[in-house]
Every structure is written in C-alpha cells, then in structure tokens.
Ligand binder design. Sequence first.
Ligand SMILES: [Fe+2]
Ligand SMILES: [Fe+2]
Length: 137
Amino acid sequence: MFHWQAEFELGITSIDNQHKKLIEIGNRINELLEYQDDEDDYNQILEVLEELKSYTDYHFKTEEELFLKYNYPEFHLHKKEHDNFIRYIDSIDVDSYEEDKTLFIRDLLQKIINWIFHHIITSDYMYKDYLVRLGAK
Ligand SMILES: [Fe+2]
Ligand SMILES: [Fe+2]
C-alpha cells in the first residue's frame, strides 16, 4: 500500500489531487497481487494499465497547460520527462504477464511508483514556487 506523504504536497490543489489519484491507481495495481489466478485477472491488469495510461496523459497535459499559461521556463525539460514516461507505459509488454504474474506486477509497480514519487519530489517540486507565486491553483 502506497501512501500520500506531506512532502508530495505542492500547494496547487488541482495537481495535488491528481497526484493522489495516481497513487491510488498504483494501489489498485498493488491489490492485483492478491487477486492473481482469478479468471478475470488478465482483464483487470489491462483495465488498470489503460487507466494508468489515460490518467497519466491527462495529468501531464494539466501540468503542461499550466506551464504554458504561466510561461514556466523549464517547460521543455519537464515535458521530456513526461514524454519518456508515456513511452515507457506504451512499451509495457502485457503479453509477458502470463509468464510470471507476480514478477510482472512487482516490476511494473517498482517502475511506476518509483518514477511517480521521484518525479513529484524532484521535477514537480521545482515548478511549485514559480507557479504558486503566479497564482496557480
Ligand atoms: Fe505531476
Ligand atoms: Fe510533472
């Protein structure tokens, strides 16, 4: 179970809520570790991956729109990190799920949770003061 931590808080409510939702999706993937061998587990992993992808996409667009609106100077660097993560999600080979379900989920979780947590406390944290000062909410 992954928990929201005070250090993730940027003070921009819309973004903080979206980050919470991303962690919630991570927890849904985590729960799948318990439900393996359900007949339905393959569909569940497909479903949650689809949600991860579309929500991540939505979240990144929200941040990037704020960057453009407020002329954030690090826009391109930050967007590059987002694009790389989307590329990673696109590259996940769902077919390998059946080979070793536990390994697949553990590996997936490790990558996405590490990435999300790291990205929030480093790259997202860097725009915090800039955007808050200009009135982003
Ligand atoms: Fe973010
Ligand atoms: Fe970001």
